[in-house]
Design a protein around this ligand. Sequence first.
Ligand SMILES: [Zn+2]
Length: 629
Amino acid sequence: MTKGTGLVHTAPAHGMEDYSVASQHNLSTDCLVDEDGVFTAAAGPELQNKAVLDEGTDVVIKMLQASKNLLLEEKLVHSYPYDWRTKKPVVIRASKQWFINITELKATAKELLKKVKFIPGSAQNAMVDMMDRRPYWCISRQRVWGVPIPVFHHKTKDEVLINSQTIEHIAKLVEQHGSDIWWTLPPEQLLPKEVLSQVGGPDALEYEPGRDILDIWFDSGTSWACVLPGTDQRADLYLEGKDQLGGWFQSSLLTSVAVRKRAPFRTVVVHGFTLGEKGEKMSKSLGNVIDPDVVINGGKDQSKEPPYGADVLRWWVAESNVFTEVTLGPSALNAAREDISKLRNTLRFLLGNVAGFNPETDSIPVNKMYVLDQYVLHLLQDLASKITDSYKQYDFGKVIRLLQAFYTRELSNFYFSIIKDRLYCEKANDPKRRSCQTALAEILDVIVRSFAPILPHLAEEVFQHVPYLKEPKSVFRTGWITTSSVWKKPGLEEAMESACAMRDAFLRSIPGKNAAEHQVTIVIEPGLLFEIIEMLQAEETSSTSQLNELMMASQTTLLPQDPPAMPADATELRGTFLINLEGGDIREESEYKVIVTPTTKEKCPRCWKYTAEASDTLCPRCADVVGGK
Ligand SMILES: [Zn+2]
């Protein structure tokens, strides 16, 4: 309703639909307009050689007037196709072209497509739909440059010359001289001798080389023939935008099916388009295209268009759901930059705290490590396998979500905050400190390799600064993530999760206060839960046990029954924990109590823990560390 004049004409030689209607009803499809846009002799002497859009139109109107067939003449503004390059109206006309009949190819191609993995899966049907809509493939184009279609046309008759001999001869010439040989060599040399003599010899040659070139989709669609070694090879992956479902994906498939009856790819990943921040299409004419170079290097006014660097752009791409349309603008880029800066902070902590550590000589065997450190390696193993799987699925967004959750929740908020005392206050070579450094070195390695494909520059920068890697090769030359099966210890989860349940109860009861200013008594009736927690603290009361480290309290007491007396300022917290071991064979729900009281100890001026017997004196641990120097 919004297009055109409402008047419909049928001009069989001047439009796709008109042409098919005319073919159906056996109407003439002769074209009265030639390649220069002027009427041919067949249009009659009055019109011949007149340009259809200018002079020709005037003559037609005059002819209609003269025959009294014109009812009304007026000017009307309506939409019409224009050539974007010359800004001139386009004359649509029927012309002779070369086609591949793809009816049979399509049937085979559809069958073969069933064995191709599509990401997202819906793209498979979309590709079949696109193929169904294509009745034939027009492979000829009329451009000044391109790969020639090696056909000879008779100078006067409507005859062509092409056979296996001529093609083989031309293929050899192209191999030696390149495809431009078609335009430069005299016609008689483009034909093999036998064929030339059959068609009258060099002097009486009535054929000339055609000027048609191949559709560029034919060129790119046959790239598999050049890049895949061997005749049976398929590419692991073809990756392109959804516009290629009817383009490169299809032309590659059809040519490969035609020549060797197999798809050229095992997997096809199809992504959507990038839209502006408000979901608007980007186009050159609207002037709202975001230039990747400007994102990376900044624009002319860097206060408005700051340089984000390649890593920020790559991170944004990876985290976006690229299988649909994605929106890009300053807020998306700022968020990506923020994420990377958090990741950098994590990496800085890791790099800083493995200084002075040499895995070859200082590592602690996994079974001798702190339970917390073993637990974090257990989590790391799980992370590494999920990340590897996500990469295999081309789900880069999931890689980023997994990484972010790990470095914010498991590392920054949990592990790093707990181990700081061991890292900063124990003796440099204390096995307790070496235990968490062993874990940190493994974490660093896994994290860097995890994001290396997405942020190659940051990954390489970090890798070159790992203190114990002497003359490191590139991170990209040292393989993928390696983890040890020894790290996998599902039993540890029970110990850590139950201890963390108690820790969370304790921390929730003292909002905004320093945990170290409190001491904690944990009461668990004898049983499985008690035995598990006892792994973290063998002695009844400790300010240096693994359990107390987790609690972040000044000291922790572990009791199998209520203490004889409760101080007046104590807070009693209760909870239960369900132990689930051996895949559900062992299930035991246990109650626990956490009794919180203000500490009776003084703040140690060195470690800031409330573990000193008197004010301004070192706690026993610090006294030992300092005295030992
Ligand atoms: Zn201290």
